[in-house]
Design a protein. Sequence first.
Length: 207
Amino acid sequence: MLKELQQGQRLLILRYGKQIVENCIKLHQDIIDEIGYCWFGKLGTIPSKKSIEEMLDEEKPMMVLYARGAAYICSVEVVTYDKPENGYPDYYQTELFDRLLYPSIYFKLTSIQEIEIGILNKFTVISSGNSAANTLMHSMSSFLFVSYGKSVMVDEKPKKKEPRKTKRELLPENDCVYKKDGKCGLRGFVSYQFECERPSTCMRQKR
């Protein structure tokens, strides 16, 4: 399945937990083997609609399920926010729905394939430009929006051009910007309102 990934393809990495059912990935895989697909539900915070749409817009949409020490790449067919009628492992009913725990989103997976953890170094987090492997080690985020290979950061803002500095012409040596009608116009200065005859010798002269 990795061979089908395109350079720059965008996909989601979802962190899943094993605290409800230890072998949850196998149980999802069993459903795929039986009916050709399986719904994978995620509790809590979900990715933005924009990132989900960008993933689904790819020619062959894929996502990665990740837990410490394990990663699986999956083909994604559909995404829904409503509870599916069927097509999920039995524990969803007993451990989730019967306890009024409902996933916020469901991904319809048509294949699940285990991959080496090291392969996550080939995925780049779009928002930061860092590798997915490094980010997952130092972050507890429940999902990442990534691309396969290097990617331009979406948040990167173009550098603003600094305004061009214009060179100001200097006044003649015996003149000053504070001189008005022959008198000093610098408020607070000792010569204020007195006749200004030789600005070149004045300590406050400004040309």
